[in-house]
Structures are given as structure tokens and as C-alpha cells.
Design a protein around this ligand. Structure first.
Ligand SMILES: Nc1ncnc2c1ncn2[C@@H]1O[C@H](COP(=O)(O)OP(=O)(O)OP(=O)(O)O)[C@@H](O)[C@H]1O
Ligand SMILES: [Mg+2]
Length: 315
């Protein structure tokens, strides 16, 4: 039986700009069930990184709520968030920027253990650091290295090890492999998957790459211009995507199974600016099925009988 670990309701993050507020996240609703691997896919600029930052309270939301284990943490300040930082870890997109160049690998991985008081003495720290390095396919000798002495893939393994070492409940991963070669990506994704199964972890991945989400996720979400347009079990979405944007996005990716035909929708036109999103459904200027109500009424994210939710007037 699943239980909801993280939930966001009508979450918004608008950034001020001279042209008016940038509606980076604009009314997101989603639930992450414990033990699942949730993959959120969406094109560059649709608000994925901002969403993660607001969910983790690294940015203050403009509106809406964030719940962790059923508790409303929206108003939590720095001090109240501190114990939760152990439960909600994060892996950043760019391993070259995420690691302090002046710290050794040992210092980087042991730091969160020290901050959260999770190890007594250097011996215990050492044991936990070595064990986590091994889980990420690295050796003891890497402990004394500095980030500049490591490859991109090794750096990202350190980034993951730093998140894993405190045994969090959930790890948020922002494009964790997009800076790496494909062969390195696959290795890291396999290690992540293994760690998740062994430790009964929950993952929340975001990526612009459907193929990555296809591999790592069991639950999928599709984001467009600050909103979730479709979400549900991965197999259901991949087999029969409903939202015209989801269909367009999936059709743009080569389908490995040639017998499978998705009703093709070609995505045309540009993504509108998040400063001036269209009225009604914000996909309406690009949608081949647009009707007059789509230009006036914003569709709600509705749950269907098959377990998915979709925000489209066609359903
Ligand atoms: N601090 C900020 N101030 C103003 N606008 C911002 C800020 N951060 C992000 N934005 C804008 O918010 C929108 C969403 O950005 P975000 O980085 O969340 O997108 P993303 O989906 O993560 O994109 P990518 O795939 O390129 O990483 C973009 O239009 C971006 O320019
Ligand atoms: Mg991003």
C-alpha cells in the first residue's frame, strides 16, 4: 500500500521581472508516493528546476502548499527545515559546480553526516563514507582526491553519494546525468536504481529527456509552461498518452517498438513566454484540437478511471 510522502497543492513561483512576473511554476499539483520513482519530464524553461527548489524550500513559493509526510511545511523557516534536509536530499544537475573545489571527497561526503550528527568520531565517519563510495562504484582511494582530479562521471557519483550517505527518505534529482556521456549516464542510472531498491528510497527525477524518464521512473509527470498537464503510471502514459502536448512530446522521440503507433501530433510553434501565458489552457495556441472553451477556461487536472490524471477539456 502506497502512502504519500510529498504533496504539492496549487504551487506557484512567480519571479519579478521588468516585463511583469515570470510565472515559472504556476499552479502545480502532484503527489509522490513512498517507494516510487517519479519522473517529471518537460522542455527547457518549463519550470522543472524552480519546482524542485520550491518543493525543497530553497525558494519561497508565491502561493500554494508543500506537504511532507502529511505535514504542511510551506511556512517552515531555515531552522524548521534543518532536520528535514536529512530526509529530503538533492542531487544537482552540474557536478562541476555542485562540489566545493577546495574540499576532498571525504570532506564532501562526510559533511552532511557531521551537520546532522549522524556519526560518532572519525572512525564511524570513515566507515559510512567508504560504504557509500562503494555503493556508487568508487574506491577508498578516491577519498583523498579533490573534485578537479575526478572525471565528470566520478564527480556525479560523489554528488549522489553525498545525498545517499544520510539515508534520506527521498532524493530530488535535477537532470542528474545531462552533463555526462551516454555510457556514463547509463552506469550512474543503474547504480541509482540499485541504491533505491536496496535502501527503499523514493526518487523525484526531473529531466527534459524522455528516454531517461522512461528508464528510471515508475510514475511519470509531464510539465508544460509551469503546469503539470498529465501524470500517472509510466506504462499507461507511454502506451496511450492523452494530453495533446504529451502526445507531441512523445512523438518527437524515436519509438523503439516500430509496431506501436502513437497518434502523431507534431509540436509546432514556440512555447509562449511564462510572462504572458495564454488564457484558458496554456497549450491552446499549439494544440491541433483547440476549441473555443480552451481559450477561455483553464482545464483542471482530472483523475481518470485508468489511474492517470490529465488537464485537457477533451477528457
Ligand atoms: N531567479 C529567476 N529569476 C527570474 N526568472 C527565473 C529565475 N529562475 C528561473 N526563471 C525563469 O523561470 C522559467 C523556468 O525556469 P527553470 O530553470 O525552472 O526551467 P527548467 O524547466 O528547469 O529548464 P531547463 O530544462 O533548461 O533546466 C524560465 O523562464 C526561467 O527563465
Ligand atoms: Mg532546470
Amino acid at each position: 500500500m502506497n502512502s504519500t510522502l510529498v504533496e504539492v497543492r496549487n504551487l506557484k513561483k512567480h519571479f519579478p521581472s521588468p516585463a511583469g512576473p515570470v510565472k515559472a511554476v504556476d499552479g502545480v499539483n502532484l503527489k509522490i508516493e513512498k517507494g516510487t520513482s517519479f519522473g517529471l519530464v518537460g522542455e527547457s524553461g518549463c519550470g522543472k528546476s524552480t519546482l524542485i527548489r520550491v518543493m525543497l524550500k530553497l525558494l519561497e513559493p508565491t502561493d500554494g502548499k508543500v506537504f511532507f509526510r502529511g505535514k504542511d511545511i510551506t511556512g517552515y523557516g531555515f531552522r524548521q527545515m534543518r532536520p528535514l534536509r536529512k530526509e529530503m536530499a538533492m542531487v544537482f544537475q552540474d557536478p562541476h559546480l555542485a562540489l566545493n573545489p577546495r574540499m576532498t571527497v571525504f570532506d564532501i561526503i562526510s559533511r552532511p553526516l557531521k551537520i546532522h550528527g549522524l556519526a560518532r568520531g572519525k572512525g564511524e565517519l570513515m566507515v559510512q563514507v567508504v560504504e557509500t563510495l562503494k555503493a556508487m562504484g568508487l574506491q577508498t582511494e578516491h577519498m583523498i582526491r579533490f573534485p578537479h582530479e575526478l572525471s565528470g562521471g566520478q564527480k556525479q557519483r560523489i554528488g549522489v553519494a553525498r545525498a545517499l550517505v544520510v539515508e534520506p527518505e527521498i532524493i530530488f534529482l535535477d537532470e542528474p546525468t545531462s552533463a555526462l556521456d551516454v555510457s556514463v549516464q547509463t552506469k550512474i542510472l543503474k547504480l541509482l536504481d540499485k541504491a533505491r531498491r536496496e535502501r527503499d528510497l523514493t526518487f523525484f527525477f526531473i529531466s527534459h529527456d524522455i528516454n531517461l524518464i522512461r528508464v528510471v521512473a515508475d510514475t511519470m509527470g509531464v510539465m508544460y509552461l509551469g503546469k503539470i498537464v498529465e501524470t500517472g503510471p509510466k506504462e499507461i502514459l507511454l502506451e496511450d498518452p492523452h494530453h495533446p502536448y504529451t502526445r507531441g512530446l512523445f512523438a518527437a522521440v524515436p519509438e523503439p517498438d516500430p509496431d506501436k503507433i502513437i497518434t502523431e501530433i507534431k509540436l509546432t510553434g514556440e512555447v509562449p513566454s511564462p510572462v504572458n501565458p495564454p488564457d484558458g489552457c496554456n497549450f491552446n495556441p499549439r494544440c491541433p484540437y483547440v476549441q473555443s472553451r480552451c481559450r477561455e477556461i483553464e482545464p483542471e487536472l482530472k483523475e481518470l478511471a485508468d489511474g492517470r490524471s490529465v488537464a485537457c477539456h477533451l477528457y
